[in-house]
Each structure stands twice: as structure tokens, then as C-alpha cells.
Design a protein around this ligand. Structure first.
Ligand SMILES: [Zn+2]
Length: 312
């Protein structure tokens, strides 16, 4: 049977009853999602940036497994992982207690701010795209233009969905086919839930792992993130599904650790010299091919601010 198709994601089977949906360049999905057949019910891990991509995800999940989606997991509060949740009205929505609170506060603010600034941001990025000459810069700007466009388009129909079932550290869901473990770590945001499928040797790491993309450090804590990467390295899993980018391995976990160390070193150097980070900060060679390049100067500035806070 061919895998269900959507312009917003590419499905790939990882094991019998386990699929990943990789976001495509339409930006309507933006993050990766997981579809897990428990044997008699289906679980979906993260629901994309927009209801339209979320709706395709629900259809794909039900087609692939033949069961309704009983559980939706919101790995963390970021918009690109939760805004398709409204398309799963019959599912129990699960997150940590703290993520639920962050959806009720920060995501509400984010929706308000998107309504106020997203149309303007779309025009600015379209302008930047027209002016860009470097092909890589054009490619990245084309993505951000689509990102802004799908946000503007999705706002009128967007509804806030708060998780109904919350936990603190760990939640296990058992079905006839497999056991799913949700484990709370931190670093990308105050709470980042990963999903372990021990029988399959698969981990869905949400935004604690970016592969081929700059990670987003700004809403979290780099020290906690490094701790979480230690925990991830101790897991007996071979297949790592990142929140953004293609499938990864423990090498990608090490590369991410190197990235956080490089950002920290740069920020420390600036702080020592009394210098201020600016937006033109060059990306180190090792990470130059990664997507979301504009996160780099922002990440350095964030770590620099943490170092220099209190000194002012
Ligand atoms: Zn995120």
C-alpha cells in the first residue's frame, strides 16, 4: 500500500506500526511528527504548525493504522508543534503540567502577537527575498516567507487547545502492540517531552534534537539542554527522530553538543572583551550548511545576555 500523501509532509515507516512525518518546504508542518500504532488505538506525537497540516496528519494516521487517534502528545509549547491539535477533537491531548501552563500563557501571547505582526513580517521577508542574491540565503528566506504566509492564512481558523491529561516526569501508555514512554527533559524549553519506543529502539526527541538545522536556544537553558543530551546518549535506541531535519544518530547528538559549546565559547569571548554580539556574526564553518541560519546570531546573543546579566 502506498503511504498517504500530503504536500506538507513525507511519511516514512520506521517499524511495523511506527511512522515519522517529515515536514516539507511548504512550512505548513514545519516540525516532524510521529504516528504510533498501539495495536488498538493510535498515538500522534506533535501536530505541526497549522490546522491544515494537522488535518492531513490525522487522515494519514487513521489510514496507516486503521484506528482512530486516541492520544495526541504536545512535546512542548512551541506553535510549530501544537497548532494542528484542534484537528484531533476526539483524542486525549497530553503534555506536561508545565507545558500546559506555557500553552495557556505564552502560546496565547504568541497568537496575539502573530495577529498583530505576522502580515507585516510577511511583507518584510518578501522584500528581503527580492533583494537577496546568495542562493542559500534565497532558499532560507523562501522558507521564512512561506512560514509567515501559512501563519497569516491559518490565524482566522486557529483555536487554542489545552491538553486534558498532564503529567510531571514520566507517563507510560500501553497497548497490545507496544509500550510508549513519555519522558520529561528540558533545555529547549522548560519542559521537553521525548517519546521512547523501547521495543523498536526508536526515540522521538522533538526539539531536543535538530539535524542539519540550527537549534533554537532562546526559550530554554543550554546547561539543561546538555544534561538532556547526556540522558539521551544513555538510551538504548538506534533511531533518533529530531523535531527538525532528517533522521539522526548519536553522532548528531554529539554535533549538537559541539554547537552549544561553540555558541557558549563565542558568547564568553564577546563578554570577556566587553563586546556586543551583532546580527552579522559569521556562522562557524562546521554549521554553515545548516538551515535556520538566522538562529545563530540570536543564539549567541541569548547566551551572551545570560553571561552578562547582573553585570549591568
Ligand atoms: Zn521548539
Amino acid at each position: 500500500m502506498p503511504l498517504p500523501a500530503s504536500p506538507h509532509f513525507m511519511l516514512r515507516k520506521l517499524a511495523e506500526g511506527v511512522h515519522v512525518a517529515f515536514a516539507t518546504e511548504t512550512a505548513a508542518a514545519t516540525c516532524n511528527a510521529g504516528i504510533v500504532d498501539l495495536g488498538d488505538r493510535t498515538l500522534v506525537f506533535d501536530t505541526f504548525l497549522t490546522p491544515k497540516a494537522g488535518s492531513d496528519l490525522r487522515r494519514a494516521a487513521e489510514t496507516l493504522t486503521g484506528h482512530p487517534v486516541a492520544y495526541v502528545v504536545n512535546s512542548h509549547y512551541h506553535n510549530d508543534h501544537i497548532r494542528g491539535t484542534q484537528e484531533f477533537p476526539d483524542a486525549v491531548v497530553i503534555s506536561t503540567d508545565r507545558t500546559r501552563n506555557l500553552i495557556a500563557t505564552k502560546e496565547v501571547e504568541e497568537i496575539r502577537s502573530d495577529a498583530a505582526v505576522a502580515p507585516q513580517r510577511l511583507l518584510e521577508w518578501q522584500e528581503q527575498l527580492r533583494a537577496a542574491v546568495d542562493p542559500e540565503e534565497q532558499r532560507q528566506l523562501r522558507y521564512w516567507v512561506e512560514y509567515a504566509r501559512v501563519i497569516v492564512e491559518s490565524l482566522p481558523s486557529l483555536r487554542l487547545v489545552l491538553p486534558q491529561l498532564t503529567f510531571e516526569r514520566r507517563l507510560v501508555i500501553r497497548g497490545p502492540a507496544r509500550r510508549v514512554e513519555l519522558v520529561t527533559l528540558a533545555g529547549h524549553t522548560p519542559d521537553d517531552v521525548i517519546m521512547l519506543l523501547p521495543q523498536d529502539g526508536i526515540a522521538f526527541l522533538a526539539d531536543l534534537l535538530f539535524v542539519g538545522f540550527h537549534p533554537y536556544l532562546i526559550d530554554g537553558n543550554p546547561d539543561d539542554w546538555l544534561q538532556s543530551l547526556n540522558t539521551i546518549e544513555r538510551q538504548d535506541v538506534a533511531t533518533l527522530v529530531p523535531g527538525h531535519g532528517p533522521l539522526g544518530t548519536m553522532d548528531d547528538v554529539r554535533r549538537l553538543r559541539d554547537y552549544i559549546a561553540a555558541v557558549d565559547e563565542l558568547a564568553q569571548d564577546l563578554a570577556r572583551r566587553g563586546a556586543v554580539p551583532d546580527a552579522s556574526l559569521p556562522v562557524p564553518e562546521a554549521f554553515r550548511s545548516w538551515g535556520f541560519g538566522k538562529f545563530f546570531p540570536a543564539n549567541v546573543k541569548f547566551v551572551w545576555e545570560r553571561l552578562t546579566a547582573g553585570g549591568h
